[in-house]
Design a protein around this ligand. Structure first.
Ligand code: ATP
Ligand code: MG
Length: 316
């Protein structure tokens, strides 16, 4: 009797389970009452047992089904929330990519303007002062030293403008590529931070798309600036390993080290944008960035990216 009741409750729900129970009792009852001896005590206990077990089975299956429905609804909600989060992350990544591109474009424009306009004007001014001094060789010594001082001041400003322009966007990177740009950057920063920085290239050098070379340059530049600002290091080794499948850039210092947070992006909240920017830029070109630091021993920043293939379109 209980089998069809359980089956009906399981397949069609509690209402049909109860209906099946009623039908089952309806079938048993006439047999009991029509028999000559009438229902015995055992028969009554049996029927009560069937009714109770039938009800319990129905209620249990119903609560199980309700639970399952709730779980399904919760799962669907979670799936929707995950999809929404993924969409937001994609939008954010796209936004960051656009900002990075716009920032680089703006830097390039300002650097070019400084080089083509401001530096040229300063050169012209310097020549004018120079020419005036040549045309007037017999100036009083005070005027002469005043003009000489002015001439030197203009030349110093010119070097400053050139340095600033190179810092914004080194023309050597666009003209000659990443390795010559690193060759230019390393002595500059070594002089600025008074640290010994060595560049070592292993394997046969390869070229990457210009956007990727710019990203790699910025990562090495920020890593070295971090060493200069925070590491208290005396030596830094920059290595570029051109391997058959991948290329690995490593910046290793012998400074005091630090504890990088589990999620680098968390640093951005406290206004520290260098490492976050490095990670975002690395992702834009499909590279893997890792930072290992040991207190008292130093820090190693590593960027690994697959070598460009002629057939793959660059993501950035
Ligand atoms: N090579 C390093 N040696 C020691 N500490 C480092 C090194 N690189 C980074 N850090 C630590 O990690 C922190 C985060 O670096 P990050 O470049 O993100 O920010 P920042 O250099 O402080 O500021 P920003 O780069 O925005 O000017 C630094 O404040 C510093 O404490
Ligand atoms: Mg920094």
């Amino acid at each position: 009797m209980l089998l069809p009741v359980t089956y009906a409750a399981l397949v069609f729900g509690m209402r049909f389970g109860l209906l099946a129970l009623l039908i089952a009792i309806g079938i048993i009852m006439p047999n009991l009452f029509l028999s000559q001896s009438g229902p015995t005590q055992d028969d009554i206990i049996e029927i009560i047992g069937i009714v109770i077990i039938g009800l319990v089975v129905n209620l249990w299956l119903e609560s199980y089904e309700t639970d399952k429905r709730h779980r399904q609804v919760a799962y669907l909600r979670l799936e929707n929330a995950q999809r929404e989060l993924q969409r937001m992350q994609q939008n954010l990544r796209f936004y960051l990519k656009q900002i990075t591109i716009a920032q680089e474009e703006e830097r390039r424009r300002i650097a070019q303007e400084l080089h083509d306009e401001t530096a040229q004007d300063l050169i012209a001014l310097s020549r004018k002062v120079d020419g005036f001094m040549t045309l007037h060789p017999a100036l009083p010594s005070t005027d002469e030293s005043y003009l000489e001082d002015m001439h030197q001041h203009i030349n110093r400003t010119l070097s400053g403008v050139r340095r600033f322009s190179q810092d914004l966007r080194p023309s050597v990177l666009d003209d000659l590529g990443l390795i010559p740009a690193l060759d230019w950057l390393i002595p500059e920063l070594s002089k600025h931070y008074k640290i010994k920085i060595e560049l070592k290239i292993n394997g046969e050098a390869k070229r990457f798309p210009p956007e990727a070379e710019l990203v790699l340059f910025r990562i090495v530049q920020e890593s070295l600036r971090n060493v200069g600002k925070h590491a208290m290091a005396t030596e830094v080794l920059v290595t570029v390993d051109f391997e058959p499948e991948t290329t690995v850039f490593t910046v290793r210092d012998n400074g005091r080290g630090f504890h990088p947070p589990d999620r680098i992006g968390d640093l951005a909240v406290s206004g520290k944008l260098g490492l976050t920017g490095m990670q975002e830029r690395a992702q834009l070109i499909g590279a893997k960035l890792s930072i290992k630091s040991v207190s008292g021993e130093g820090t190693t920043v590593k960027v690994e990216l697959p070598n460009p293939s002629e057939h793959t379109e660059h993501p950035y």
